[in-house]
Write a protein that binds this ligand. Structure first.
Ligand code: AVI
Length: 319
């Protein structure tokens, strides 16, 4: 699945103006930082798919296990005739599992990237020939008008993968509130939230032995070079994944292994040896912290499920 979240505006040179603005602003800050959503060009989206299958990257397997093993419970708690609204293009494995557990009346995938949206909608429609599918091309960070066909149906929002963890709390709360506004009073939300655990397990998940996550992180610098006329010396950057205990999150950085200078969009930048560009946060939760976040976002948590090794949680909440 692709995680890009903004509408694309191109300038006269065909450059994504939001990407350039985020990169130039982020590289000008004392702690250089670039928003994680820019990982997901075609190469980055492909590398992310590879990450989900890595032995060290447990979240996808753990969440899939919960969806498989608790299928009957979901069926009991999520009524028949529900419209399932998925925030982000449906992942090839998780969405069919959920749809197979409940007796949905409609499936509404929301995504900013029209090509991914259509591909996942077509795949789902082929697997569930009797299920009406209403893809909506939209930025789900903003309130979305759902198709009139589903207005009268009870609604379940589905936001798997712990993507909520890639946002700082302020943004996560804004998104949860926006989801509530999109889905309406009386709706439900099924959301994946990764759990705090041994930092060794966490850092291994974000710094795998095959170096796929390193390639995923370094691709951001390569993308800047490709799309923004950058001269970043990729070979002088190193992938770093570290556990920030104070904020309960894995941080990914690109660290300069020597002092470097480079140009992006005709602007000059420098990094001293050891200086980093902060490229991602992946927040991890306890039961309490996930409840607090959901409550702040206008959702009351009702059910909490874990995989057998207690690494990952799925939460069902009411609006
Ligand atoms: C998409 N998101 C939930 C992933 C995560 O685990 O935070 C992105 C990722 N970054 C490195 N590995 C995976």
């Amino acid at each position: 699945a692709r995680k890009g979240l903004t509408l694309v505006n191109l300038d006269s040179d065909g450059v994504d103006t939001a990407f350039r603005a985020d990169v130039l602003q982020g590289l000008s800050e004392p702690q250089k930082a670039i928003p994680a959503r820019w990982f997901y060009d075609d190469i980055g989206s492909d590398l992310f798919e590879q990450i989900t299958g890595l032995p060290e990257y447990y979240p996808t397997r753990a969440e899939t296990e919960i969806l498989t093993e608790r299928c009957d419970e979901f069926g009991g708690l999520i009524g028949p005739g529900t419209a399932v609204v998925e925030f982000g293009s449906g992942s090839s494995v998780k969405t069919p599992l959920l749809l197979g557990c409940i007796d949905p009346a409609a499936y509404v995938p929301l995504d900013i990237a029209g090509d991914f949206l259509r591909a996942s909608a077509d795949a789902l429609a082929a697997q569930f020939p009797n299920l009406p599918v209403f893809p909506v091309e939209a930025d789900f960070m903003r309130q979305v008008q759902l198709p009139a066909d589903v207005t009268a149906m009870p609604k379940l929002g589905f936001f798997p993968g712990s993507t909520i963890g890639n946002m700082v709390a302020r943004t996560a709360v804004d998104l949860l509130r926006t989801m509530r506004a999109t889905l309406g009073e009386g709706s439900q939300l099924l959301i994946g939230m990764d759990l705090i655990k041994d930092p060794k397990v966490l850092t291994a998940a974000y710094d795998d032995s095959q170096g796929v996550t390193a390639r995923f992180n370094l691709n951001l610098a390569a993308r800047i070079n490709r799309e923004l006329g950058g001269t970043i010396p990729i070979e002088d950057l190193r992938h770093v994944a570290r556990w920030n205990d104070e904020f309960a999150r894995i941080e990914m950085h690109l660290e300069a292994t020597r002092t470097i200078e480079f140009v992006v969009s005709a602007r000059r930048f420098a990094m001293t040896e050891g200086e980093t560009i902060h490229t991602e946060n992946s927040h991890k939760f306890s039961r309490r912290s996930s409840n607090t976040l959901l409550l702040a976002g206008g959702w009351t948590p009702r059910h909490w499920w874990l995989d057998r090794q207690e690494r990952f949680s799925l939460v069902l909440a009411d609006a």
